[in-house]
Ligand binder design. Structure first.
Ligand code: MRU
Length: 352
């Protein structure tokens, strides 16, 4: 891995004192044109950064949410807010409403809520929230490296791995989930390569996945979303590895729109299909993927490319940002605790 990318930190807490700090993050709306970090100083700025996808990718928005709660506590402390805990809880609900599908956001906010509920003075709670945000941030990279190492075991020698969207360093704090598998596999075998789906409408594959892999020197070929079955039929794809935004108890998996299509094509062509995701992406409170809320985003994402209209005025548009791949299309779920069949996820939680 190149020095540059082994050091990528998508989102990072910058401590200015024991009771103050900011969240520094890569502005992903600018990639690949510019690699720039911005400072987030308020709860509102964090809500906007998540909503407008300055930060995106399930684990990255989870950690950003945790930072957001720390920022909220700092703001309330500076105001000497009387109803500190009540207002903090409102801040948590507000951050949780920024994007609905990735469960990592509510998971991380809930980790912070547990700290709030432990109680203490305003200063003690604020300090504990800052420390917990830093802990979750550091753990994310370690978790991804474990996912990468387990996942590398399913990558055949010299394989071509197809991925959809961006589940890389920039979708997490660093290293990535699906691209973590790619990075670990490449470290063992530099003859592997990646096919990256463009991922309409926001082009996370074209903009962000190719950016990360080119920087790391890992061979990557960009294809458009409709091309995957063509290459599978030709025997040019050996395995599919994608990330996840929420996995139901039965293994049904929400990920970027278009993932389901890839999974159907993979099944038809006998190409193994894997999900790479941390345990925090598994939502055992819902039985099946039918219960996963799917974010609908603005029409302009579909009607324009780089701000330029690509369709007739007045055309109807629907823009669901995620779809759900049914468990029967998934060969395995690669987590930091090992690789599980969709039906085995319960065991994962019983063991811990
Ligand atoms: O809308 P995005 O860019 O946040 O969607 C991201 C994805 O769908 C990723 O595949 C998923 O969050 C996993 S990231 C490790």
């Amino acid at each position: 891995m190149s020095e540059f990318h082994s050091k990528i930190k998508t989102v990072e807490w910058i401590k200015t004192s024991e009771l103050d700090g900011i969240s520094r993050m890569v502005d992903q709306t600018l990639i690949p044109y510019e690699y720039k970090k911005i400072d987030i100083k308020t709860t509102k700025q964090m809500y906007d950064a998540i909503k407008t996808m300055i930060v995106r990718g399930a684990p990255a928005i989870g950690i950003s949410g945790a930072h957001g709660v720390a920022l909220c506590a700092i703001e309330l402390l500076k105001k000497n807010e009387e109803n500190f805990v009540e207002e903090l809880k409102k801040g948590i609900d507000y951050l949780n409403s920024s994007r609905p599908t990735a469960v990592n956001l509510s998971w991380a906010l809930n980790e912070q809520l547990k700290i709030v509920e432990k109680g203490g003075t305003k200063e003690e709670i604020t300090h504990a929230l800052i420390e917990n945000a830093i802990k979750l941030e550091n753990e994310d990279i370690e978790i991804n490296k474990k996912i990468g190492d387990f996942g590398a075991q399913i990558v055949p020698k010299g394989a071509t791995i197809l991925t959809h969207c961006n589940a890389g360093a920039l979708a997490t704090v660093g290293y990535g989930t699906a691209l973590g598998v790619v990075r670990s596999a490449y470290a063992n075998d530099n003859t592997i390569q990646v096919f990256a789906d463009e991922t309409r409408p926001r082009q996370q594959g074209a903009r962000i996945t190719t950016f990360e892999l080119v920087e790391d020197g890992i061979p990557v070929t960009l294809i458009t979303d409709g091309m995957c079955s063509y290459f599978m039929k030709k025997g040019m794809i050996d395995v599919v590895v994608v990330g996840a935004d929420r996995i139901a108890a039965n293994g049904d998996t929400a990920n970027k729109i278009g993932t389901y299509t890839v999974a159907i094509a993979a099944k038809y062509h006998n190409v193994p299909f894997y999900i790479a995701a941390p345990k925090s992406t598994i939502d055992m409170s819902i039985k099946t993927g039918d219960e996963i809320p799917i974010e609908l985003r603005g029409e302009e994402e579909v009607t324009t490319i780089n701000g330029k209209k690509i369709c007739a005025d007045g055309v109807k548009v629907i823009n669901p940002s995620f779809d759900v791949t049914p468990n029967e299309l998934i060969d395995g779920i690669i987590t930091e605790c090992g690789i599980f069949k969709p039906q085995e996820l319960k065991n994962l939680f019983m063991k811990s």
